[in-house]
Design a protein around this ligand. Structure first.
Ligand code: SAT
Ligand code: MN
Length: 587
């Protein structure tokens, strides 16, 4: 391994080691030899289980503490000098106070353990978008997962030795003590401290912590954007490639949309879809005045339940090798994995996500946790785009916002312009999911799907969106979608999954001034007949229901929206104006 000579790095690692007192420090260079040895060690200690080598080569099973199975938003904190910089939607603790509170918890937390130092890059090392981090951790699961999710290897070590700046990420699973769990961000210091959790979103610090919370802070400072968005490439029969970004809250189908397989008749017509990212996009303005996106990650941390050959065959195939499964159900007969919604028979001789005997024929409880996950290399994905491997940005034609709402929000709405699109994002709401601790199915505002991930004052964040719009001569068009409308019986009206391409093609049609639309108070919705419904089992009445704006419903929504806006001590004038315009249009 290349020896680290960067004094700043060495000083910081020494400082963290003095605090956490590990028995030894091991640097991770990303070599397969080292990783193989660590995988073996993780299996020897029982931390991980090696799965069936023929059916799932290179795959491992991992289980977290039953109370440590999702992101913990209550324990996620933004620590700045002044509260005004964290804003009304973040948990805030004054940064010096937080260091003082956390230091005793980290003191000796790694005693008798190994501290692994993982230099990593979000974004391909050396590209314009890339940012380096170093995560110090006492968890082998974190080491092995970071190796899948981020870019680890010599290129990063070389950059550090050339003096590259880095985000300081410190993690200790400590005692997995829920009462002392904190995921603390110090954006003013480029620092993240996470303790007493071993769940992905709380501990793979390159992901939500660096690429979104610290990233959004840096993006505002440096003039770019860090967003909770998938990136998808759609190729038309003429071979033209168009790129879209889409922001949905956790566990609302980003991975499925990112890996969508076009409906048969569109495939036959020559449409193709390619995956660039499924969770995070970093966006910059190009010299041509367009917005360019990269996926800073190197793997997928996807929700397992519900993934099957029909909903997302590409994801399923992605997980057939070199994947870590967390909190799914294990089939003891052939040492493979299973989850609810998988189109394979449930094991009769299984072990549930908590390690208890589980029989798919008699079980009354779930075999896999609803937020059980796979951590899989992006290169495994059959639909991965060549652009993913260059790390250069792709020009974005459309930005899609979307939440999970049984009513109110139409299937697809186009904003009147960029600023109105920012308003659309600011009013996004969605039913909560198992991806975060707490109740499931409660509607909450989740602007741009960034409520849990914006590292600063959300009013300033909206302003940053407005400002970015001003700097672009050719900004993406902005849309809002809702795949989750339900009928009176509670059934989903829109088929979703691959069929969502139909709505995206309408959106791309709008970008080219082709598809027909009708103006409503919320924006433009598809005119009757403008959305391709070939072969779909949706009636005209149902289409009508999901593409019209119910003014009565929206007058009630407006009350909630005003309350939501009132939370902010400042909001861009452009958004206040859009809200007023909506109110007027609903009258
Ligand atoms: O658990 S993660 O935060 O990494 C995934 C998600 O909730 O979006
Ligand atoms: Mn996410």
């Amino acid at each position: 391994m290349i020896e680290i000579k960067n004094e700043k790095v060495l000083d910081w690692v020494r400082e963290c080691a003095e605090l956490t007192k590990p028995a030894e420090i091991v640097w991770i260079d990303g070599s397969n030899e080292q990783l193989e040895a660590l995988r073996k060690e993780a299996c020897d200690t029982g931390e991980m289980i090696r799965l069936n080598e023929e059916k799932l080569p290179g795959c491992y099973y991992y289980r977290t503490h039953p109370k440590d199975v999702a992101r913990d938003e209550k324990r996620t904190v933004i620590c700045t000098t002044y509260q005004k910089d964290a804003g009304p939607t973040n948990n805030w603790v004054q940064k010096d106070e937080m260091y003082a509170k956390l230091r005793p918890l980290f003191d000796g937390a790694m005693k008798g353990r190994t501290m692994y130092a993982i230099p990593f890059s979000m974004g391909r090392p050396g590209t314009e978008f890339a940012k380096i981090g170093i995560e110090l951790t006492d968890s082998l699961y974190v080491v092995l997962s970071m190796n899948i999710m981020t870019h680890v290897g010599e290129a990063v070590l070389k950059q550090l030795n050339q003096g590259a700046d880095f985000v300081k990420c410190l993690h200790s699973k400590a005692q997995i003590d829920a009462k002392n769990k904190y995921i603390a961000h110090f954006p003013e210091d480029n620092t993240i401290w996470s303790i007493n959790s071993a769940y992905g979103g709380n501990v793979l610090l390159g992901k939500k912590c660096l690429a979104l919370r610290i990233g959004s802070w840096l993006g505002r400072k440096e003039g770019w954007m860090a967003e909770h968005m998938l990136i998808l490439c759609i190729e038309n029969p003429q071979g033209e490639k168009k790129y879209v970004c889409a922001a949905f809250p956790s566990a609302c189908g980003k991975t499925n949309l990112a890996m969508l397989i076009p409906p048969k008749h569109l495939q036959e017509a020559g449409y193709k879809a390619y995956t660039i990212g499924d969770d995070i996009a970093w966006l910059r303005i190009g010299d041509d005045g367009r917005l360019y996106a990269v996926n800073p990650e190197n793997g997928f941390f996807g929700v397992a339940p519900g993934t099957n050959s029909k909903t997302n065959n590409n994801a399923l195939l992605t997980t057939r090798k070199n994947t870590i499964f967390t909190n799914v159900c294990r089939n003891l007969d052939d040492n493979t994995v299973w989850w609810e919604g998988l189109d394979q028979p449930a094991p009769v001789n299984g072990e549930d996500w908590q390690g208890r005997p589980w029989n798919g024929q008699t079980a009354t409880e779930k075999g896999a946790h609803p937020n059980s996950r796979f951590t899989a290399p992006a290169e495994n994905c059959p639909s991965i785009a060549p652009e993913f491997f260059t790390g250069e940005g792709v020009p974005i034609s459309a930005i899609i916002f979307g939440g999970r709402r049984a009513g109110a929000e139409p299937l697809i709405t186009q904003s009147f312009d960029w600023n109105h699109g920012v308003f659309m994002g600011s009013k996004m709401s969605s039913e909560t999911t198992a991806a975060a601790d707490g109740a499931v199915g409660v509607v909450r505002y989740d602007p741009m799907a960034m409520l849990p991930f914006c590292g600063y004052h959300m009013g300033d964040y909206f302003q940053h969106w407005i400002d970015m719009g001003k700097k672009m001569s050719n900004p993406p068009k902005i849309f809002n979608v809702n795949w989750f409308r339900r009928d009176a019986e509670g059934r989903f009206i829109w088929p979703g999954f691959g069929e969502n391409l139909r709505a995206l093609l309408w959106a791309l049609g709008r970008c080219e001034g082709k598809a027909e639309a009708v103006e409503t108070p919320l924006g433009y919705v598809p005119a009757a007949g403008s959305l391709d419904l070939t072969g779909l089992d949706v009636t005209d009445e149902e289409m009508q229901e999901i593409t019209t704006v119910d003014k009565e419903v929206w007058r009630k929504e407006l009350d909630g929206l005003k309350e939501w806006y009132a939370k902010f001590d400042h909001m861009p004038d452009e958004l206040i104006a859009s809200l007023a315009k909506l109110e007027l249009a609903l009258d």
